[in-house]
Design a protein around this ligand. Structure first.
Ligand code: AMP
Length: 131
């Protein structure tokens, strides 16, 4: 059994209102914003792993993909997915391509317990997983 996980990182609520993305959503911590609407906020990752590395997060208090996909409303899920597409198109990588990635739980090394999707682009991104 895995122990000593930060609150929420196992992918299950309770949601930690002090996680860094909650603080960004409340405007307590600055971010380099690229998109903001009723359902999603997108901003540059502070430690980019590609020329473009954007994080897209829902506005609601969801710990993980498991939490979001099972407890968010249909409107929130639709709004979030539409926003993801809008952001990807807006960044201009439709032709060259991009990668979406969402870590969930300990095996994935999810660090921030607020559901987020990474968007990577701007160079050939190599194999899907580091071996
Ligand atoms: P994950 O491992 O999927 O939970 O990814 C968390 C991501 O959040 C990492 O890529 C971090 O570099 C990024 N991150 C952490 N703090 C900040 C912050 N204040 N602003 C932008 N990105 C952040």
């Amino acid at each position: 059994m895995i122990t000593n996980l930060p609150q929420g990182v196992s992918g299950k609520p309770p949601y930690d209102d002090n996680n860094i993305f909650a603080r960004i959503l409340r405007g307590e911590v600055p971010c380099r914003k690229v998109h903001d609407d009723d359902f999603a906020l997108a901003f540059h990752d502070i430690n980019p792993q590609a020329p473009a590395h954007i994080l897209v997060i829902p506005k609601g208090r969801y710990v993980s993909f498991a939490d979001f996909s099972s407890t968010a409303s249909d409107e929130e899920i639709l709004g979030f997915i539409r926003a993801l597409g809008t952001i990807a198109r807006g960044l201009g990588y439709e032709e060259s391509g991009y990668r979406l990635l969402a870590n969930a739980g300990p095996d994935s090394h999810q660090e921030v317990p607020h559901f987020h999707v990474h968007l990577f682009a701007g160079k050939p991104l190599g194999p899907m997983l580091v071996r």
